[in-house]
Design a protein around this ligand. Structure first.
Ligand code: SF4
Length: 348
């Protein structure tokens, strides 16, 4: 029996974990749990990363909280050999692509992403076969296999710049987010930009009528839209369409949202993104009334990373994320091309 096995056996909390269709449950995210998570992370030599859309208890126990690309970079630079990535599967894959020598764990590998699932590698290959001369641009919310078939990745904050860098005579295949694709087409005026009809079930719930209603009923509020977030791309599109008065719309990265929260004079701010972001904003500026544009904009996949799932992950060393070396090499190339072209922002 290893030291880790013995400590796991001594973890009485672990005996309470149950598994069900919505994920692992049975353990409250309280102080006892947080102390146990810290103890096991030290024992395992792991650094704990949490995405901004995670449950507050998960964000509070993590070593670092941020967006997906920022966390992947932290993972690559961490001195620890094991990374526990509390986010959805494509994000943990991106961390593995950028740190192939490290052990990357996700607390529940069933935590997928409806946007990343909008296009498979086989579907992208078939699309490429239709347009053999085209350049493929993929948003970072894609699987490693799709990134491996991609020429250049992009985030919402650099998507226009990435597409503008491509020879205007060449066709561009843009996937998977149709809202971001429409925004890029409008900004670049490109008629040879082909857009995949993918979307995220969370951002699909943030619609123009809701934004317009919120603008009317909160006349003094600002609106924060996160440009790197797949979930907010429809809001970004609608803001550009004039659904919300332009002078009150702030298109901001996660870090920019936190900075703006600290300096704004607004007493109320509406936030068009996944509701997990509200936790960081309220911590940064407790006097401001932050409200979700749509309080149902909660990602069920993100919320599969429960206190019980995180405990199981550290006790069992599971679920480990694997990306074969050739896929990782090709996927890394498309991410690196993006970084060479322009400031990528942080990813979702
Ligand atoms: S909110 Fe949407 S884009 Fe973000 S992880 Fe969830 S399903 Fe994917």
């Amino acid at each position: 029996m290893t030291v880790l096995d013995r400590f796991a056996m001594e973890s009485t909390l672990a005996a309470q974990i149950t598994d069900g269709p919505g994920g692992y449950s049975g353990v409250p995210g309280d102080e006892q749990w947080a102390a146990e998570i810290r103890r096991l992370a030290t024992l395992r030599g792991a650094t704990l990363l949490a995405h901004n859309y995670q449950l507050p208890a998960i964000q509070d126990v993590a070593d670092h909280v941020g967006d997906s690309l920022a966390l992947s970079r932290i993972a690559a630079e961490a001195t620890e050999d094991t990374i526990v990535f509390c986010g959805v599967h494509f994000m943990a894959e991106t961390a593995k692509i950028l740190s192939p020598e490290k052990t990357v764990l996700i607390p529940d590998q069933r935590a997928g992403c409806s946007l990343a699932d909008s296009i498979t590698a086989a579907e992208l290959q078939a699309w490429k076969d239709e347009y053999p001369e085209a350049v493929v641009v993929s948003y970072v919310n894609t699987t490693a296999a799709v990134k491996a078939l991609t020429d250049i990745c992009c985030t919402s904050s650099n998507a226009v710049e990435v597409v503008a860098s491509i020879d205007p005579d060449r066709d561009v295949l843009f996937c998977p987010d149709q809202f971001l694709g429409a925004h890029v087409r409008r900004m670049t005026g490109r008629t040879n930009l082909h857009i995949w009809a993918g979307e995220c079930h969370v951002h699909a719930a943030i619609n123009g009528d809701e934004l317009a209603d919120q603008a009317r009923s909160h006349p003094d509020a600002e609106l924060f839209v996160h440009p790197e977030c797949g979930c907010a791309t429809s809001a970004l599109y609608l803001a550009g369409e004039g659904a919300f008065p332009e002078d009150r719309v702030k298109i901001l990265s996660t870090g920019g949202m936190l900075d703006q929260a600290r300096k704004t004079n607004a007493r109320q701010v509406l936030v068009a993104t996944e509701i997990g972001m509200l936790h960081q904003l309220r911590r940064a500026a407790p006097d401001i009334d932050f409200q979700a544009v749509n309080d149902r904009a909660s990602c069920t996949y993100m919320k599969m990373i429960t206190p019980a799932a995180m405990l199981r992950c550290l006790v069992e060393g599971a679920d480990e994320v694997h990306v074969d070396l050739e896929t990782a090499r090709l996927a890394r190339r498309s991410v690196q091309r993006m970084i060479e072209i322009g400031q990528p922002g942080g990813g979702e």
